[in-house]
Design a protein around this ligand. Structure first.
Ligand SMILES: Nc1ncnc2c1ncn2[C@@H]1O[C@H](COP(=O)(O)OP(=O)(O)OP(=O)(O)O)[C@@H](O)[C@H]1O
Length: 258
C-alpha cells in the first residue's frame, strides 16, 4: 500500500541494468526502486541518455533486468503483457491500415466485428478523429497520427500505459492539445500511467508525482508530488515553483529559463 492509500499496481525493487558495448560495460540503471499506485500518473524526467527508456522497458517487461524485480498486481513481471501498452516517440501506426482498422488491430477475438467497429469508432471520436475512420495514415498530419496511436492503445483498455516521450515529435500547440485530450480521457477511464518526458511543464501538467532521475548510471534523485487539482493552470505560482525546483534538480539554471 502506498502512503496515499492507493493499492500498489507496480512494485519495482532494486533494478539494475548494464549493457556490454565495444568500449566495455555500460552501467545504465543503478538500483532503482519505486511503487506506483493503481490509477496513479507518474512522470519520469532526467538528463538525456541517463537510462529513462531502459528503465521503462524493464518495467514493461521488454528487457530483463540484471538484478532486481518488477511486480505487477502481485506477480513478478518477466515479459510484456497485453495489460500494459507502450507508446513510443517513434510511433507505430500501420501505414497499410485505415484509422478504423488500426484501432481495431489490438482487439481480441472475443468481440464480434460490429462490436470491434463500435469500439474503434468510440475511441476515434474520443481523440477527435471522427470522420477520419476510413483515412490512411499518409492522409493524416503528425498530430492526428499520434492520436491514432493513443486511441489504439486506449481501445484495448490497458491497465497500464507506458508512454515514452509520446508528444515530443509534435509542435508545442499540438503537444498541449494532446495533453489536454489525454487528461480528458483519463478523467473518463482511469489507467495507471508511466510517462517519460524531457518537458518539465508537461510532467507537472499531467502527473501526480514527478520523479527526477540522476545522470547515468541512473538512480531516483528526487521525487515531487503534484498536489494540484485538474485542470491545472500552468502559469500559477505553484506550478512555476515546482518547475523551478525540478529544473534545479536537473542542474538547469532555473533563473535563466524563468
Ligand atoms: N541495447 C543497448 N545496448 C547498448 N547500449 C544501450 C542499449 N540500450 C540503451 N543503451 C545505452 O544506454 C544509455 C541509456 O539509454 P536510454 O535510451 O535508456 O536513455 P534515455 O534517458 O531514455 O535517453 P534519451 O533521453 O536520449 O531518450 C545510452 O547511453 C544508450 O546508448
Amino acid at each position: 500500500m502506498l502512503t496515499n492509500a492507493l493499492p500498489t499496481k507496480i512494485d519495482v525493487a532494486n533494478l539494475r541494468k548494464s549493457f556490454a558495448t565495444d568500449k566495455g560495460t555500460l552501467a545504465v540503471v543503478d538500483d532503482v526502486s519505486l511503487q506506483v499506485g493503481e490509477g496513479e500518473f507518474i512522470a519520469i524526467v532526467g538528463p538525456s541518455g541517463c537510462g529513462k527508456s531502459t528503465l521503462m522497458r524493464m518495467i514493461a517487461g521488454f528487457i530483463p533486468p540484471d538484478s532486481g524485480q518488477v511486480v505487477i498486481d502481485g506477480a513478478t513481471r518477466l515479459q510484456p503483457s497485453p495489460q500494459g501498452i507502450l507508446i513510443s516517440q517513434h510511433g507505430s501506426v500501420f501505414p497499410w491500415l485505415t484509422v478504423q482498422q488500426n484501432l481495431m488491430f489490438g482487439l481480441n477475438g472475443t468481440q464480434s466485428m460490429s462490436e470491434k467497429i463500435a469500439i474503434a469508432d468510440h475511441y476515434a471520436n474520443i481523440v477527435g478523429l471522427k470522420g477520419f475512420e476510413a483515412a490512411y495514415p499518409h492522409e493524416l498530419s503528425g498530430g492526428m497520427l499520434k492520436r491514432v496511436e493513443i486511441a489504439r492503445a486506449l481501445a484495448v483498455k490497458p491497465a497500464i500505459l507506458y508512454m515514452d516521450e509520446p508528444f515530443s515529435a509534435l509542435d508545442a500547440l499540438m503537444s498541449l492539445r494532446m495533453r489536454n485530450e489525454l487528461l480528458k480521457i483519463l478523467g473518463q477511464e482511469r489507467h495507471t500511467v508511466l510517462l517519460i518526458t524531457h518537458d518539465v511543464e508537461e510532467a507537472i501538467h499531467l502527473a501526480d508525482r514527478v520523479m527526477v532521475l540522476s545522470p547515468r548510471p541512473t538512480r531516483i534523485q528526487a521525487t515531487f508530488e503534484v498536489k494540484l487539482p485538474h485542470p491545472r493552470k500552468l502559469t500559477s505560482p505553484e506550478v512555476q515553483r515546482l518547475r523551478m525546483a525540478i529544473l534545479k534538480e536537473l542542474g538547469v539554471d532555473a533563473d535563466a529559463v524563468a
